[in-house]
Write a protein that binds this ligand. Structure first.
Ligand code: ADP
Ligand code: MG
Length: 688
């Protein structure tokens, strides 16, 4: 089937003739008009093959069936007119550092002035008097002369293929310097003429009456009869992409299932019963029902591969603990992996408190700490292998960062791997991890509420459980957006809360002040200011460049309330759990992603007291303000994640590497939930 991903490098030139290569995979130079120079320009747009060219998605369309007269142009309404150059010239300002190119067009009804700041040397020749152009833009205002600033123009070269460019809806494609809209349009037209019949239906036939055939859709996306055709064509092509993606995902899972038999980790409640009795709270209905799903998986035929989603504070750790106990009851080892040392250590402390009374052995391994070397020596030695395989060793829970898996750690009888805060790890890492053990059960937990669309693509090979209920008895979180001007008042408020026994987080985007962005505050610099503002109380400092031992000491002091205010970077974003902390101040809030702010805010509102999150931002941009307003309005992580996805695209949520792996030309991860669902069902149907 056709490949949705972009070819990373130009295909090797065929040894003799192109016939050996499928038509669409041939180099783009097989399109008439593409020589070496143009091929090089096209490569800049990642167009290497004929198919790349055919799938070069237009960025907009112009309806050129009827041109507007210059006289009829309206303010702020983009339109295309057709005019002839009657005058043109360069104006210079203030000692010649600034220049403007101005060109006057006429179409028989009126004149239109077009101006471009910073005149380019080629402009006077290009816009020579007497030449005819199509001009796309909008009037700056209703003053005379009528003026367009920085319009797009297209030289009307008299020629045979003029019908491609006028009297129809025309596409305007993404371009690169040296390649005009008109040339690009002509190349694509020619590619269609020559290769349209080679565009085959994908191997996974869609057979859907609702969508045009793929070949038609490709033509329609470039040369639609009506503007409404564009969306129909886009959906068809997007569906193909999602089907290809789902096919990959589901094949991976099939292969995995065929390979592996599950270890029996259903559990017998021997440890679980006393654990639940000792917890001090009752599991929420949501936690209990997720556990039931997990138990079914871990006692089943295939290794579990489950994603556990739950908003911050929903109680995923307790679910992880119960899952671990199921495997431990079966005599299997368990590994729990966290993205940061702080979090690994916090888990280690919690689990020790919970599991030690049950007689479960606990080990911690982070970059800076190894507690299990003593017992197992380095786990690769002859002796340790003997111990570990002799079955004398009681099953243990290993907690750590990814150091757990990089330090030659190879644990026999590994029954369950739990990955906390999954979004910090890449998909590839997840794969290596599971392969390391002998296909143990896998539970990945994420607090980043993943919008459905991403969940279905990125985690399509995992089953998904959702904890959609918060434990009761929590104080509400109120969120406010304020400007820097209000900071003194905000610090008064924080003093007041601390005086009444609470604690606070104060968060800055940077560790150090960089010369480039003086307006962005940094912890190391602001720490002194915070200490001054909160004199009489103790503040602690936490950021990525502090030594692990020191970090741990600061966290311990904060937990013990010997420190009242923790001044930190987003390092504290994940997992940290101090219920007495009820105030969070975040400065330069516009520098964080929405999902990230929500994560940060999840550090408060964990106890019975009411909590307050104050976001400081002087951002003027309406979009930045709208984003922060969303946080003021809702605490629902899913709503926030959807909004973030729409505003910032998937890169923010996925990290660069992962979003790069699923670059889509036509599919839109923020909008196409229905198409993704269809694709998933189609592929599942064909696979069954
Ligand atoms: P997250 O899902 O963000 O990892 P945690 O597991 O850290 O959340 O839980 C947040 C807090 O809620 C912890 O202090 C935990 O002990 C508590 N908690 C978890 N489950 C319950 C419950 N069913 N009832 C009351 N408190 C709970
Ligand atoms: Mg957690």
């Amino acid at each position: 089937m056709s490949v949705p991903e972009t070819n990373p490098s130009p295909p090797a030139a065929p040894a003799r003739g192109d016939e050996a290569i499928p038509a669409l995979q041939r180099p783009v130079s097989s399109v008439w008009g593409v020589g070496e120079d143009r091929a090089r320009l096209l490569a800049r747009l990642e167009i290497f093959t004929v198919e790349d060219l055919l799938l070069h998605n237009p960025r907009r369309y112009e309806d050129r069936r009827k041109f507007l007269s210059i006289r009829d142009l309206k303010v702020k309404e983009a339109a295309t007119v057709r005019g002839t150059v009657v005058a043109a010239g360069v104006k210079r300002f203030k000692g010649g550092s600034r220049s403007m190119f101005e060109c006057v067009f006429e179409d028989g009804t009126a004149r239109l002035h077009c101006r471009w700041w910073q005149a380019q040397s080629w402009m006077p020749d290009w816009y020579a008097v007497g030449r005819e152009f199509l001009i796309y833009g909008k009037l700056d205002d209703d003053k005379k002369p009528r003026t367009f600033t920085h319009p797009e123009t297209e030289y009307c070269e008299p020629g045979d293929d003029e019908f491609i460019h006028v009297n129809r809806i025309v596409p305007v494609h993404p371009l690169t310097e040296g390649l005009t809209a008109r040339v690009m349009r002509s190349l694509i037209w020619r590619a269609l003429e020559k290769f349209q019949d080679e565009i085959k239906e994908p191997a996974i036939a869609l057979d859907l009456k609702t969508y045009p055939a793929r070949a038609n859709a490709v033509r329609m996306i470039h040369f639609p009869e009506e503007l409404t055709d564009v969306e129909i064509a886009r959906q068809r092509l997007a569906l193909d992409e999602f089907v290809a993606l789902q096919f990959q995902i589901q094949s991976r899972r099939k292969k995995f299932e065929a390979l592996s038999k599950a270890l029996p980790c259903g559990g017998d409640n021997r440890l679980m019963k006393p654990f639940l009795a000792s917890l001090g709270f009752k599991l929420t209905a949501a936690q209990a029902s997720v556990l039931k799903e997990i138990r079914t998986d871990m006692g089943g035929l295939h290794p579990m591969r489950r994603l556990l989603q739950g908003d911050v504070g929903s109680g995923k750790t307790a679910v992880a603990a119960c899952s671990a106990l199921m495997a431990l009851e079966g005599g299997f080892n368990v590994a729990l992996m966290a993205p940061t040392e702080i979090l690994a250590e916090q888990h280690f402390r919690n689990f020790t408190k919970w599991f030690e009374p049950l007689g479960v052995k606990m080990e911690l391994q982070t970059g800076s700490k190894k507690t299990f070397n003593a017992q197992h020596s380095t786990l690769n030695t002859e002796r340790s292998r003997k111990i570990a395989t002799s079955n004398q060793q009681p099953a243990s829970l290993f907690i750590g960062t990814h150091a757990l898996f990089t330090a030659g750690f190879d644990l026999p009888k590994l029954g369950l791997v739990i990955i906390d805060e999954q979004h910090k790890f890449g998909v590839a890492q997840r794969e290596t991890l599971v392969r390391k053990g002998n296909y143990p059960h896998l539970l990945v937990m994420t607090a980043t509420p993943i919008p459905r669309t991403l969940g279905l693509t990125l985690y399509g090979d995992l089953d998904v459980s959702v904890i959609d209920e918060m434990p009761g008895g929590r104080g509400a979180i109120k969120t406010f957006v304020r400007t820097t001007e209000k900071l003194p008042k905000v610090f008064d408020f924080i003093r007041e809360k601390i005086s009444s026994g609470r604690q606070a987080y104060i968060v800055y985007p940077r560790v150090d002040v960089a010369d480039t962005d003086k307006d962005i505050k940094a912890v190391t610099k602001e720490f002194a200011n915070v200490q001054k503002a909160l004199s009489g109380f103790k503040a602690g400092l936490l950021h990525g460049r502090i030594k692990p031992a020191e970090k741990e000491a600061v966290m311990a002091e904060f937990r013990a309330n010997n420190i009242q205010a923790l001044v930190a970077t987003s390092l504290i974003e994940v997992g940290v759990d101090v219920p007495n902390a009820t105030v969070m101040l975040i400065e330069n809030a516009e520098h964080f992603g929405l999902a990230q702010l929500h994560q940060l805010r999840g550090r408060i509102g964990r106890g019975a007291h009411e909590s307050f999150c104050i976001l400081i931002s002087d951002a003027q941009h309406p979009e930045a303000q709208a984003r922060l307003k969303i946080l003021e309005d809702t605490n629902d992580g899913f709503k926030i994640a959807e909004a973030d996805l729409k505003l910032r695209g998937p890169g923010e949520l996925l990290g660069q590497q992962q979003s790069g792996a699923m670059r889509l030309r036509f599919g839109n991860l923020a909008e196409d939930l229905n198409l993704i669902r269809q694709a998933r069902e189609l592929v599942a149907y064909l696979h069954s």
